[in-house]
Write a protein that binds this ligand. Structure first.
Ligand code: HEM
Length: 360
């Protein structure tokens, strides 16, 4: 995703904000109100691909209520801010170690922004210390959707190890919560349990990595802002504004129309697909004054974490990790300047973030 896409978003918003993409056979929604409308009306705009002729998934991000809620609720209480905030000193330790190991040649993506969320999620899941490095390898495959000759080994190893933990009534972390959780009074089967863990890995890692690098980009581009981040309230506004301005997920490609409907007078048919451009909605001038400016706002109702029933379960965790990362970079660096020649944004238009980042 490149910054020039923001100009394209604006053009589409100025022309009604809804277009049909013939190549992808998909409606694309660019305005804030219309995105929010689709997110909030999940009984019309389903998350289940079966409504557009696709295959349903194992994970609850592709289910509709009431089934979705049953799966989500197994772990939801453990992701609430009150629970997650207990991890603060743990996360601070991880971040501290990583930041102390950085040097002038470090790739901030590889050496910090990728490692922090993966370590945190293995802690939260309760992966035993001895399995952490294999788990990290497995996560890298899952996050990168990468397949090579070593993949089968790592995947089989980790699936067997998790199955062993499940079978042995392992009593640590979210793994044990998933293990004892039930839907309709039935425990999840092994495929569902592994699928649940994979969803948490996919949902929670690259997104948080990107939020961290995007905060560093803002600091690099606005040295005056860096000097003025003095208290918790400023840090909070800074993180929320980064989520709005450079939304880690630029669009959600998976909503499926369950019955003929319309948005803003545009008729849509049952069985059609919808992409919701959160990154454009968050730059909508009808919603945000000076939307193309980075401003520490008092009120910031961005939808970078989505809205409605599927709203990000990991938002409190992502915010906590971002807060700790931001604090650590502010403490350890007097000035942050990204080396634009050596750094590179991710090519994938669905996400905003860096594939590599070096400081000058
Ligand atoms: C900056 C970081 C993050 C961003 C921008 C982000 C964004 C999102 C968005 C937009 C959705 C809504 C998807 C939809 O409506 O279809 C979502 C859902 C989800 N996220 Fe996140 N996320 C982040 C971090 C995390 C973390 C840290 C975790 C877990 C550890 C996580 C786990 C999930 C899960 C499991 C869902 C599915 C929720 C459901 O379907 O009910 N996310 N996320």
């Amino acid at each position: 995703m490149h910054d020039k896409n923001f100009e394209y978003y604006r053009k589409v918003r100025n022309n009604g904000g809804i277009v049909y993409n013939n190549d992808n056979q998909c409606w694309e929604i660019y305005s804030y109100e219309a995105c929010k409308y689709a997110l909030m009306h999940d009984y019309i705009f389903s998350s289940n691909p079966e409504y557009a002729g696709g295959n349903g998934g194992l994970s609850f991000i592709n289910m509709d209520n009431p089934e979705h809620k049953e799966y989500r609720n197994i772990t939801a209480p453990y992701f609430m801010a009150t629970k997650i905030n207990n991890m603060e000193s743990n996360i601070a330790d991880i971040s501290n170690k990583l930041i102390n190991n950085l040097n002038a040649n470090s790739d901030i993506v590889k050496d910090y922004a990728v490692k922090l969320p993966v370590s945190v999620i293995s802690e939260l899941l309760g992966i035993p210390e001895t399995e952490r490095s294999k788990f990290k390898e497995w996560s890298d495959y899952i996050i990168g959707n990468k397949r090579d000759k070593n993949f089968d080994n790592v995947n089989n190893y980790m699936v067997n190890k998790l199955s062993e933990l499940f079978a042995g009534n392992y009593s640590n972390g979210i793994i044990s919560v998933i293990n004892s959780g039930s839907v309709n009074n039935k425990n999840l089967d092994i495929r569902e349990k592994i699928g649940y863990i994979m969803l948490l890995i996919i949902g929670g890692n690259e997104t948080t990595t990107n939020l961290i690098t995007n905060m560093l980009k803002v600091l690099s581009d606005n040295n005056d802002i860096m000097k003025n981040l003095n208290n918790d309230r400023d840090l909070h506004s800074f993180i929320e504004e980064t989520l709005r301005y450079y939304s880690p997920i630029q669009f959600l490609p998976h909503r499926f129309i369950k019955e003929d409907t319309e948005i803003n007078g545009v008729k849509m048919n049952k069985g059609e697909r919808l992409s919701l451009f959160l990154g454009s909605a968050n730059r909508d001038e009808d919603m945000f004054d000076n939307a193309d400016k980075f401003i520490l706002r008092d009120k910031n109702e961005h939808i970078a974490f989505g809205r409605g029933s599927h709203m990000c379960i990991g938002a409190p965790l992502a915010r906590l990790e971002a807060n700790i990362a931001l604090n650590d970079f502010l403490e350890n660096y007097k000035k942050i300047k990204i080396d634009n020649k050596k750094s590179m944004l991710l090519e994938n238009p669905m996400v905003y973030g860096y594939q590599k980042m070096f400081f000058e």
